[in-house]
Design a protein around this ligand. Structure first.
Ligand code: C2E
Ligand code: MG
Ligand code: MG
Ligand code: MG
Length: 284
């Protein structure tokens, strides 16, 4: 009897593993098809300065998986990285964001800054800097208008190479931000050497900045450190006015989060731009 139970359990686990493998394979197959058709969208989430003016947008990738609905980039970006699909996706994201900045400029909406998220393999690509210069030139993107967000963990496997790449990007007029700041390793060691303009405070610190004294102190400390180094601070995931006020009181420069706006499809982002005061969209 016990033996039979053990066998059943083994079969049960084997089937579970089999299901997980086939689900992953199906996801990979659909992602491959999406890349072949470039069946993605960029949504644009506003970032606002303390005075309420628009600082720019962050471009966030959206994939509507046929038969499943929207899939979180937190789920499919890692798969894209493991399968090498990220290179084609990353190329498309930069081209798309630059084309959108050009379209907004040509529509008289100003030189709106847009930030895109970079992957490790993009940063490792020795052709990145020259390629980016070409894309920017083709679309007439101004200095400082295109921003790239990198995470601390992207520095990990080859910090020296990463710093050289970031230095070259900066010299080419690309703004650089450290994303999810405070959640990676060796924040302080690299901060000293990474040539970035902006530090994005991760949502985990923002969530209780208004209610937890330790989180409030951590935010205050990171903001002071960033300012000491000449960096701007963007708070991610601001959902309540109490969080906004607590961050503003500690000197935070820019806010991003559902309190202001969700990531918006192009048509809505354009309406958002049109509704901004002309001074708010005078460019970087
Ligand atoms: P991230 O770069 O840190 O982006 C911020 C995430 O927080 C986005 O999730 C955004 O929708 C979400 N968010 C914004 N405001 C709020 C808020 O007030 N509350 C909460 N709870 N969440 C908020 P999303 O769009 O699901 O993206 C997840 C991650 O996927 C991004 O984190 C980024 O690491 C990655 N990602 C997104 N688009 C791209 C891309 O084009 N390329 C690469 N390599 N990665 C991307
Ligand atoms: Mg980001
Ligand atoms: Mg982030
Ligand atoms: Mg994040």
């Amino acid at each position: 009897h016990a033996k039979a139970q053990g066998r059943n359990r083994q079969q049960f686990y084997a089937q579970q593993i089999g299901d997980a493998v086939s689900q992953r394979l199906a996801l990979e197959r659909d992602l491959r098809a999406a890349v072949a058709a470039m069946d993605f969208e960029l949504h644009y989430q506003p970032k606002l300065r303390v005075d309420g003016g628009l600082a720019g947008f962050e471009a966030l990738l959206r994939w509507r998986r046929p038969g499943h609905g929207p899939v979180s980039p937190a789920l499919f970006i890692p798969l894209a990285e493991q399968t090498g699909l990220i290179d084609a996706i990353g190329t498309w994201v930069v081209q798309q964001a630059c084309a959108q900045m050009a379209a907004w400029r040509d529509a008289g909406l100003g030189e709106v800054p847009v930030a895109v998220n970079m992957s490790t393999s993009q940063l490792r690509d020795p052709g990145l800097v020259a390629w980016l210069a070409g894309v920017r030139q083709a679309h007439g993107i101004a200095d400082g208008q295109l921003e790239m967000e990198v995470t601390e963990s992207m520095m990990m496997d080859d910090p020296e190479q990463a710093i050289l790449s970031l230095e070259a990007l900066r010299q080419q007029g690309i703004h650089l931000a450290i994303d999810d700041f405070g959640t990676g390793y060796s924040s302080m060691g690299y901060l000293k050497r990474i040539p970035v303009h902006t530090l994005k405070l991760d949502r985990v610190f923002v969530a209780q900045v208004d209610s937890d004294a330790r989180d409030a102190d951590i935010c205050a400390g990171m903001i002071a450190l960033a300012h000491q180094l000449g960096l701007d601070v963007v708070a991610e995931g601001v959902e309540t006015d109490a969080q906004r006020a607590a961050l503003a009181a500690r000197g935070c420069d820019v806010f991003q989060g559902y309190l202001f706006a969700r990531p918006l499809p192009v048509a809505e982002a354009t309406r958002y731009l049109l509704a901004c005061a002309p001074t708010a969209r005078s460019g970087p």
